[in-house]
Design a protein around this ligand. Structure first.
Ligand code: HSE
Length: 310
């Protein structure tokens, strides 16, 4: 039994991206979680959890999304060994930056490497989505898909499961601002309406399809016009104090669009790297939260390539 440790970076992701609720996702270059693992004769063991929010994460392998995802991959591969893992969180839980998705995706990707990379990557994504579903209450793959595959991803269908990947335009820059507020996805889903009017459906179909077109053609201005949400962000906006002021500041300082990241509280801004400086946008958003008594972490970053071996 090889006891060689394998180390994986599992990046933050942003989901929904306006109109694509539970459908669109985008890998972010940083921050990321680090998941380390090695084969052991049998069973699953979590030997350490460190980093922001580590004290809130269970060490029970049957309830932790890393080990649930590992188990799912091992089962599909008929693996005859167990795995010991060490988890270092770089993305705090309750951030809207795909923290639980990164854990699930990192676990699935780690097990994929330990099992000799025999499963198709889409199946690895599905294993991670099941783990994400266990911990967040509903199976949604819009964070785990970009976390594993990188780039911009679309869940075409959950049943049967099919995911597509698009390479985002190279000049698309990202600013991520995380105010010191915790929003749990499970809570943020409780405030959503159960039904949507047809007019809102039409708005979302138009915006989501044109966002895909803009991503594929590299039209940054059209990306800006296509990120819109008249259902989910409006229902959640009260969960994130000063959200609208933060988005407005980002727009006034050069963003092409600014929106709620996933279920929040992080605020995302897209900008054109060839014409604008992300640092100026980041500072303006941070200032809104700071002036209202909230700490705020910011990252000026890029679209990411997904899970990778370190
Ligand atoms: N699509 C999910 C939601 C993502 O908005 O609830 C949660 O990160």
């Amino acid at each position: 039994m090889s006891d060689e440790w394998v180390k994986i970076a599992a990046p933050a992701t942003t989901s929904n991206i306006g109109a694509g609720f539970d459908t669109f996702g985008l890998a972010i270059h940083e921050p990321y979680d680090i998941i380390e693992g090695r084969k052991i004769p049998s069973g699953l063991v979590i030997s350490s959890i460190e980093g922001p929010g580590a004290d809130t994460i269970t060490r029970d392998p049957e309830k932790n999304s890393v080990t649930i995802a590992v188990a799912e991959v091992l089962k599909r591969c008929n693996a005859d060994f167990g795995v010991e893992v060490k988890i270092t969180k770089g993305i705090r839980p309750g951030s809207g930056m795909g923290s639980s998705g990164a854990s699930a995706a990192g676990g699935a990707y780690l097990a994929h490497i330990l099992t000799g990379e025999t499963l198709p990557l889409n199946e690895v994504v599905l294993c991670a989505a099941k783990a994400e579903g266990f911990t967040s209450g509903t199976m949604h793959a819009d964070n785990v898909a970009p976390c594993i595959l990188g780039g911009f991803t679309i869940i075409r269908s959950y049943e049967p499961f099919e995911v597509l990947r698009i390479e985002p335009p190279k000049d698309l820059g990202l600013v991520v601002a995380l105010p010191d507020v915790v929003v749990l996805t499970s809570e943020a889903r409780k405030v959503l309406p159960e039904k949507v009017p047809i007019n809102d459906l039409v708005y979302h179909v138009g915006h989501s399809t044109s966002l895909v077109y803009a991503m594929m053609t590299g039209d940054l201005a059209l990306i800006g016009r296509s990120v819109g949400d008249v259902v989910f962000e409006p229902a959640r906006k009260n969960l994130v104090p000063h959200l609208k002021e933060a988005e407005k500041a980002a727009m006034e300082h050069g963003a092409i669009v600014s929106f709620l990241g996933g279920s929040g509280p992080c605020v995302m801004a897209f900008y054109d790297k060839s014409t604008h400086k992300g640092e100026i946008i980041a500072e303006s958003v941070k200032k809104v939260f700071n002036e209202n008594g909230l700490k705020c972490d910011v990252w000026v970053t890029d679209c990411g390539t997904g899970c990778r071996r370190l």
